[in-house]
Design a protein around this ligand. Structure first.
Ligand code: GLC
Ligand code: CA
Length: 532
């Protein structure tokens, strides 16, 4: 690959890091993480070896959904800082060779956005058509059966006009109407506004949303009851996942590619099948990167994960780059969900994530093996699942980053109560783990650096090799990866036993002693021996 190509596809083989801004680092003692807090920690992120950071929503918002209800697409939320703070963060990151991606929310706005405030003023309001309106069904109820992420109807009646408006999430998050050309033009300008400021790209919220069925047909029952294919029993065939949305991404891709350093579009593509996921790449002319939810929700087994990896690579159009991630702000963290807090499994998961070809996205805290923190009902901040009495609140994976073992965890000033509770952080924190060569953090840093050295700017090859049940063995680029997803030691069969130089092993020092034996829940990365 020549240099310009390497430059333009900098995310190939790269590591991105998701910062949930409110929980990363608080610099002004209000209990909320902020943009200057990220700037202050850039040295840490650069030490870890990340190539880019994605910031959870930074735009002004009434925070009914913590920034995913945007009231101004060109500003910065005052709790998080100023536009100048964001410019400074982008510039300081660039000095360290790191890019900054923002979160763009094009499926809906806040009901406090001036477009919606105007739109509800009456059926003839100039921006009325920016939202989805419909009259009641014959029985006087909502226009159709669509269900919001809250579990309630996706429609709310606007008493004044007698029409309902659509909201696939909270009632205070009205869905935009992508059939209106004005909405397209607004977002083109929003993209350029941020790209012109040096923002390297966007993570696109609810990328499978945008267009809705023009006839507002009822959603059919879901064929399966898993979290990515079923929304409270319905398949989002008409309320989302419409083919017309692909045209939006082709349009945005042209804008992204018009910059000397092409901007990156990373979709939150919440779809349950890998063919639909691949479709978001178009013919290499839509999103460059897509979050892989089928992978995330695959059980932590060698067979399960190897299968979804193979299928993903087979389905993506040639030259397209897969994304491997296992945690984010909406789901249980992988050290809890996949690993039940078992450190051996956490190390194994990190080893696999970091050695798959494509883009790795770490969620803040993944690198120290941070687990979910139970948040008592009285302290819950996430209202999307309010009906569940806090039980399914997403706050468990949004708690403050533990920087050190002090009572405030180095997250906020001493004596300040953080916006969400800190978990147990006496040993699982950055300072302790940075000082420990055998820590999860040290392993993660080694893996990220190995990845950069081996895969940086490239789409490495991937071939699965035969292995005993419970083992996942593959060659990628110049590396051979051998993993044991069982609770027992496994004596490796030929030819896998003839490994080249071992570069990384997750096995505890004492258990690595015997050559050719893989410790329970462990993995090895070796230099592939040249064939003779
Ligand atoms: C995405 C976000 C989630 C948010 C929802 C509505 O799924 O990741 O946090 O609640 O969209 O914007
Ligand atoms: Ca703050």
């Amino acid at each position: 690959m020549d240099r310009p190509e390497t430059q333009s596809s900098w995310w190939h083989g790269a590591t991105l890091y998701q910062v949930y801004v409110r929980s990363f680092r608080d610099t002004n003692g209000d209990g909320y993480g902020d943009l200057p807090g990220i700037t202050a920690q850039l040295g840490y992120l650069s030490w870890l070896g990340v190539d880019g950071i994605w910031l959870s929503p930074t735009m002004p918002s009434p925070d009914h959904d913590w920034g995913y209800d945007v009231s101004d697409y060109r500003g910065v939320h005052p709790d998080l800082g100023t536009l100048a703070d964001l410019d400074e963060l982008v510039a300081a990151a660039a000095q360290r060779g790191m890019r900054v991606l923002l979160d763009l929310v094009p499926n809906h706005t806040s009901n406090a956005h001036p477009w919606f405030v105007e739109a509800v003023s009456g059926p003839d309001a100039p921006h009325r058509g920016y939202y989805v309106w419909a009259g009641p069904a014959p029985d006087g109820g909502p226009p159709n059966n669509w269900i919001a992420a809250t579990g309630q109807s996706a429609w709310t009646l606007d008493q004044a006009s007698g029409q309902y408006y659509l909201h696939n999430f909270l009632p205070s998050q009205p869905d935009l109407n992508w059939w209106d050309p004005g909405v397209h033009e607004e977002f083109r300008q929003i993209l350029r506004f941020w790209f012109d400021r040096g923002v390297a790209g966007f993570r696109i919220d609810v990328a499978q949303g945008l267009y809705k069925d023009a006839q507002l047909r009822d959603d059919p029952p879901a064929p399966r009851d898993d979290v990515v294919t079923s929304r409270f029993g319905l398949a989002q065939v008409y309320s989302a996942n419409r083919p017309e949305s692909h045209g939006v991404f082709r349009d945005w891709r042209k804008i992204a590619d018009s910059y000397p350093s092409p901007r990156l579009l990373l979709g939150e593509t919440w779809v349950g099948d890998l063919s639909s996921l691949a479709a978001f790449h178009g013919h290499g002319d839509e999103l460059q990167l897509t979050f892989n939810f089928p992978f995330i929700f695959t059980p932590f087994t060698a067979e399960g994960l190897a299968g979804v990896v193979a299928e993903t690579l087979a389905k993506l159009p040639a030259g397209e780059c897969p994304v491997w991630t296992a945690s984010n702000h909406d789901i249980s963290r992988f050290p809890t969900r996949w690993c039940d807090g078992d450190e051996r499994k956490v190390r194994l998961a990190l080893l696999v994530l970091a050695t798959l070809p494509g883009t790795l996205v770490l969620y803040y805290g993944d690198e120290i093996g941070m687990t979910d923190v139970p948040v008592p009902a009285a302290l819950v901040q996430d209202t999307m699942r309010a009906g569940s009495g806090g039980k399914f609140s997403r706050d468990r994976s949004r708690t403050p980053m533990p920087w050190d073992a002090s009572p405030s965890a180095g997250f906020t000033a001493p004596g300040v109560t953080p916006w969400l509770p800190l978990g147990e952080h006496s040993t699982a924190n950055v300072a302790v783990e940075q000082a420990g060569p055998a820590s999860i953090l040290s392993l993660c840093r080694d893996l990220v650096r190995l990845r950069r050295a081996e895969f940086g700017g490239q789409l490495a090859s991937y071939t699965q090799l035969p292995g005993q049940p419970g083992l996942w063995v593959y060659q990628t680029g110049g590396l051979t990866v051998v993993t044991n997803f069982t609770g027992s030691p496994v004596r490796l069969a030929e030819p896998v036993a003839e490994l080249g130089e071992v570069l990384v092993s997750t096995a505890p020092a004492g258990e690595a002693a015997e050559a050719g034996v893989l410790a329970p829940w462990s993995g090895i990365v070796a230099r592939t021996e040249p064939e003779d």
